[in-house]
Design a protein around this ligand. Structure first.
Ligand code: R5P
Length: 293
């Protein structure tokens, strides 16, 4: 097995290779003056099981094209099996036609990966595991979760016994999984998002967090709007300390300011997207899984 850290995941790719004790061969990559991508493999791939590690956080389109270029070329160069590790899978939130005529972007992303020649796809906390299964094709797809390791990290930071919350019903399973580590119970908010304006509203059901620590767990923090709203509700309800945890820290615009301004005392994320909040690495999680497949 050889590991190819893609241009978007050099650090994580190296860490996965180190965990596996495997050779790592980063690709050469440059961008032409007109914005087109150039990618070159630096090791022979013939007959090899090749693990391509490439996250697809913003700018997602150029990272996706790099991923398709690497996968397709690995196939042409004779790789025996191509395992794509895409820790953050872009476009996963557009997993159905919410409004008439919309593109179901997730399907397109996966179909292109399949036609590029991927045999396996490993993702971390995909927005909806069910959607991945729905369009499962020839490509074997595994959805791993960073939530238990994030929760363990929070326990080490003194959040043991904290109440775990999902900012919407879709994140309830994240809160439940975190509660297995934090042992302080779990719940979720009711969230509605206006499909046209993107505005969100959150309702609180009977939630008793007065005087307690709480942690909000989400798959993605993008603009920070969802997390900030959840954190401010918890503070209003009398929570003592509130932490914000997510797997994929996109942090667009003033997301950090919004979340801290809402009263979060701590922000923690995984390194599926490398940011200053990426205190928890998914390298071992991914390497352990690679050993089993
Ligand atoms: C949506 O259902 C996701 O799980 C996240 O809650 C959402 O994508 C976060 O986006 P933002 O940070 O822009 O509110």
């Amino acid at each position: 097995m050889i590991v190819i850290p893609g241009p978007a995941s050099k650090e994580l790719g190296e860490k996965i290779a180190a965990e596996l004790g495997a050779f790592s061969h980063p690709v050469e990559n440059k961008v032409f003056p007109d914005g087109e991508q150039y990618v070159r493999f630096t090791a022979p791939l013939k007959g090899e099981t090749v693990v391509i590690v490439q996250t697809t956080s913003p700018p997602q389109d150029s990272k996706l094209i790099q991923l398709y270029m690497m996968t397709s070329t690995a196939k042409e160069l004779g790789a025996r099996r191509i395992i794509c590790v895409v820790p953050y899978l872009a476009y996963a939130r557009q997993d159905k036609r919410f409004l008439d005529g919309e593109v179901v972007s997730l399907d397109i992303v996966l179909r292109l990966l399949e036609s590029s020649g991927a045999d396996d796809l490993i993702v971390v906390d995909a927005h909806s595991a069910e959607s991945l299964q729905r369009i499962r094709s020839r490509v074997e797809i595994w959805n791993l979760s960073a939530i238990p390791i994030l929760a363990r990290h929070l326990r080490e930071q003194g959040y043991g016994g904290a109440y775990s919350l999902g900012p919407d019903r879709g994140a309830l399973h994240l809160a439940e999984s975190a509660a297995n580590e934090l042992s302080g119970g779990f719940g979720f908010f009711e969230k509605q998002r206006d499909r046209k304006t993107g505005e969100i509203e959150m309702q609180v059901r009977d939630l008793n967090v007065r005087g307690r620590d709480a942690v909000v767990f989400d798959d993605i923090i993008s603009s920070g709007g969802t997390m900030a709203l959840a954190v401010s509700w918890l503070k209003r309800l009398g929570a003592r300390r509130v932490a914000a945890a997510c797997t994929h820290a996109l942090f667009i615009g003033d997301a950090e300011k919004r979340i801290l301004g809402a009263g979060a005392g701590l922000i923690v994320a995984a390194d599926t997207v490398q940011t200053k909040f990426s205190e928890v690495s998914v390298s071992k999680l991914i390497a352990d899984h690679l050993r089993t497949i």
